[in-house]
Design a binder for this molecule. Structure first.
Ligand SMILES: [Zn+2]
Ligand SMILES: [Zn+2]
Length: 242
């Protein structure tokens, strides 16, 4: 019988790398050749006839035991030698798989994602409310309400023209165009758009899963740092008007 200590004999290399997709970590076997040697020996038949005896009922038992502490190494080895999993391990793996593949909805960008491919950089969103840049008080709006308001105004302008006032004058058109551009995100001063893919100034991972979209919106609209920024903008404008 032979006992292999795979942590000492093979070992695991852990590396972290930073790319445009964010921080990713990977693990690999340190001593590949020894790993293959142990794996092949482990898989060999355990019982064979004794060569030194003519009696065919005499068998030699060849046992090998592998001790592994590292979870990555253990999982890799069990998979490679198709080691029978315990009931709890099978259940745990099924649960892990189901969780990884589950389709979730991100509270930050409203898009769908699965935890399996949730990497840094995939969630693009604004984390601040919007303000009306043309109003004297820089009125705060939630982006959802501001988009509704812009759509209403756009529809009203078309209806007004249909009611018999004739086509809009150039001046009216210009005023309407300017009005469309009045909402700015407090986080980055980008203009609020009513259509097209919503870009954002923050790039991160989708989530978090433990709060609802409503709770996230509430936290965004009450962000103290951004309230402070809005107050600062107001002060600067008041000073310039003096
Ligand atoms: Zn932003
Ligand atoms: Zn997201």
């Amino acid at each position: 019988m032979i006992v292999y200590d795979l942590d000492s004999l093979v070992g695991v290399n852990k590396s972290e790398s930073v790319s445009s997709m964010g921080l990713s970590s990977s693990q690999s076997l340190a001593n590949q050749n020894l790993y293959i040697f142990v794996k092949e020996n482990f898989q060999l038949a355990h019982i064979e006839p004794t060569l030194s005896s003519d009696d065919s009922t005499q068998v030699e038992e060849k046992w090998s035991i592998v001790v592994i502490r590292d979870p990555f190494l253990c999982r890799q080895f069990c998979d490679d030698v198709q080691f029978t999993l315990s009931v709890s391990e099978t259940q745990q793996r099924a649960a892990d798989r189901a969780e990884a593949e589950q389709t979730l909805r991100c509270v930050q960008c409203n898009d769908f994602y699965s935890e399996e491919d949730n990497k840094v950089g995939q969630c693009v969103h604004h984390d601040g409310f919007v303000y009306d840049n043309y109003s004297n008080t820089l009125t705060q709006w939630s982006p959802e309400r501001a988009i509704e308001q812009l759509l209403i105004e756009e529809a009203e302008a078309v209806q007004q023209a249909n009611v018999g006032n004739g086509p809009l004058t150039n001046e009216q058109k210009e005023r309407a165009e300017r009005a469309k551009q009045r909402f700015r995100y407090i986080c980055c001063n980008q203009m609020l758009q009513t259509s097209g893919n919503a870009n954002g100034c923050k790039k991160g991972k989708h989530g978090p899963q433990n709060i609802t979209r409503n709770e996230w919106e509430l936290a965004r609209d009450n962000n103290q740092e951004y309230h402070e920024k809005r107050r600062r903008l107001l002060t600067i404008r008041a000073e310039q008007h003096q």
